[in-house]
Design a binder for this molecule. Structure first.
Ligand code: ADP
Ligand code: MG
Length: 620
């Protein structure tokens, strides 16, 4: 028997490694930017063509490489950054694996030009799929330029797997933001297809944040500074009123490395407790500095998680630092709302006792008079009526019962009796009741009768379906009507968010939106779809941005579909909203006029049916 185990040839091993390090053009951007920073550059240019599918190039003014190093840099496990395993525990560089350039060169055409300050002439290397095509002496400025062309040229499956340019560019922009935010003392420029997207001079951290996220950001930043033995914190949190539906402005950097940490994120949320609306997230841009010995970053190169020795302490420090800042800037209320009303009650009772130690009697109260007398007395109407007279107690119960259950209560005996009792005069709409085909259950479901049994409809999902089909129709046949706003509405966004809206602008216009002016950071809305109120506009657009950011649609997604879904989600009747009889009926009728009344736009069931048979079985 011959042996069958063989060592993989280098170019194959590199390709396999590349699969892990390089997932998309944005991964190349990250690796090249980090190399430039590790080389001590203070001026870095990022040049992109076709969202990185054609070209990713990074030019730095760092320390450059000798011609031997230039060649070695493409070998696997070749690094100048660590020499022994111990170095791993005091890492001050971003890279250390010596894998990135080897991996990138295995799956792309790479052109490297580099020169050290002490050298007169530099080196140029061309390498394609791990094969060196040429190495020459070259006239080139001090520093390094790495150009990566035709990414995945030799792995068509990976190339086809790439998303649309819009999506890939968004990933690149995200990476760029992370690196640029972590290093305000380095100048960065970013060009895409010849146009300049960012030009950031060396600046302080506040200026850097504002430069990236727009001028409006300035007023919303609250500084956070804290220094303890184990942790130094500096940076900003956003004021609560500027919180966002998306998490796109949440940044932690640990020793100038972007990380994600749900645990530390929770510490921030805890500091903001009681200050945010449901579903909104605080913005933060926080730099944490810890002893490199207390963290473990020796994890996967593309991962952004990190392991801390003592997470609990960091959590506590972070939470209290943020809370302190919010308090200092008078943002946190002295008492939160619930506590306040709780405390209020005993005090008001004390006051009353002091002023008038008498029993209040509603002299005009007559239990046999009509409904209006019951609600007189005090603001606590139901309790008062309980105390006032037993008759009123009984009557108020009756009122509650009837209006909640719409006369369809199951306790037959009482109900029959009550029905006989003067219902006509107490309830003006009794006559309508008999013709009701629907009623609302727990302000959440609409129950409707069928010949063969009954239907229970989820009101929110039903309305989403109705709106979704309407919007989709408007977008495709381009015939929505729009209503003019009395005063134009000016909304501000970050450049990134604005880009998302611009990508969908045409479709948005087909739903009825009219935009009169778009600048770098603001959008002026002069018309909205019929039925949409002015106050809903910003909610719709924020939700849309959040949906686009989260869904990461692939190349063949339909923008129209996403838009219709998102708007339907924002505008649909919520659970907990009570609906008038006519509204209930209208919703049910509209639902069954839909093409697909069974499923919500996100493919969840809209209603369940219960046949008379099912019901009968329950009574056996
Ligand atoms: P790592 O960054 O993990 O060391 P890379 O494959 O990214 O591995 O780079 C290999 C080596 O090439 C680096 O250790 C560094 O010495 C050199 N190098 C890469 N990029 C640059 C650059 N822009 N300027 C100077 N040296 C560089
Ligand atoms: Mg590197």
């Amino acid at each position: 028997m011959t042996d069958i185990i063989q060592l993989l040839p280098d170019h194959v091993a590199n390709q396999i490694a590349a699969g892990e390090v390089v997932q998309r053009p944005a991964s190349v951007v990250k690796e090249l930017l980090e190399n430039a920073i590790d080389a001590g550059a203070d001026d870095i240019k990022l040049i992109i063509k076709d969202a990185g599918k054609t070209l990713v190039q990074v030019i730095d003014n760092g320390k450059g490489m000798s011609d031997t190093d230039a060649r070695l840099s493409f070998e696997r496990h070749a690094t100048s950054k660590i020499k022994s395993a111990e170095d791993l525990f005091q890492l001050n560089t971003k890279g250390f694996r010596g894998e990135a350039l080897a991996s990138i060169a295995a799956i792309a055409h790479v052109e490297l030009k580099t020169k050290r300050p002490i050298d007169e002439l530099g080196t140029a290397i061309e390498i394609e799929g791990s094969t060196i095509k040429s190495q020459e002496v070259a006239v080139t400025p001090t520093g390094t330029s790495v150009g990566v062309k035709n990414l995945f040229f030799n792995i068509p499956a990976r190339r086809n797997f790439l998303k649309s340019d819009t999506v890939e560019l968004r990933h690149i922009t995200d990476e760029f933001h992370r690196v640029a935010l972590a290093h305000p003392n380095i100048a960065f420029a970013f060009y895409h297809n010849g146009s300049e997207l960012f030009n950031l001079p060396k600046e302080n951290y506040r200026q850097r944040v504002v430069h990236i996220f727009g001028n409006k950001t300035n007023e919303k930043l609250v500084p956070v500074e804290e220094e303890t033995e184990v942790l130094k914190i500096s940076g900003f949190v956003g004021k609560p009123e500027y919180s966002k539906k998306t998490r796109s402005e949440q940044f932690f950097f640990v020793n100038q490395r972007f990380i994600k940490s749900p645990y530390l994120n929770h510490a921030i949320s805890a500091a903001f407790e009681g200050l945010l609306k449901d579903g909104y997230h605080p913005s933060y841009f926080l730099n944490l500095t810890v002893d490199p010995k207390t963290i473990d970053i020796n994890i996967h190169p593309t991962k952004t998680e990190i392991k801390f020795d003592d997470e609990h302490t960091l959590y506590a420090i972070l939470r209290s630092a943020v809370k302190h800042s919010l308090g200092q800037f008078n943002i946190a209320p002295v008492l939160d709302f619930e506590q306040h009303t709780g405390l209020d009650t005993p005090y008001s009772y004390k006051d009353k006792a002091g002023k008038a130690p008498t029993i209040e009697v509603d002299q005009s109260f007559n239990p046999f008079a009509d409904d209006s007398s019951v609600s007189r007395g005090s603001s606590n109407s139901s309790k008062t009526s309980f105390r006032s007279a037993p008759t009123a107690n009984w009557e108020s119960l009756y009122v509650g019962l009837e209006s909640k259950g719409n006369g369809k209560q199951g306790n037959g005996l009482d109900l029959n009796f009550e029905k006989d009792y003067k219902t006509e005069t107490i309830f003006s709409d009794t006559s309508v009741e008999t013709s009701k085909t629907t009623f609302q259950l727990q302000q959440r479901y609409i129950v409707s009768t069928l010949k063969s049994g009954m239907l229970i409809i989820d009101q929110n999902r039903a309305h989403q379906r109705v709106l979704y089909e309407t919007f989709l129709k408007h977008i495709t046949i381009k015939e929505a009507t729009s209503q003019q706003l009395l005063f134009p509405l000016e909304l501000s966004f970050t450049p990134n968010e604005l880009q998302i809206i611009l990508d969908l602008k045409e479709d948005l216009e087909h739903t009825g939106f009219v935009f009169s002016d778009v600048t770098k950071e603001t959008l002026v809305v002069t018309g909205v779809p019929v039925g949409v109120s002015e106050s809903e506009v910003s909610i719709i657009l924020e939700q849309l941005i959040s949906d686009v950011e989260q869904d990461v649609p692939d190349a063949n997604f339909s923008a129209a579909d996403l838009l219709a879904k998102s708007m339907a989600k924002t505008l649909a009747i919520k659970n907990g909203q009570s609906l008038k009889q006519t509204e209930q009926e209208h919703l049910v009728n509209s639902l069954f006029a839909c093409k697909d009344p069974n499923l919500s736009p996100t493919n969840r069931p809209i209603f369940v049916t219960m046949s008379t048979e099912d019901i009968e079985k329950k009574f056996v």
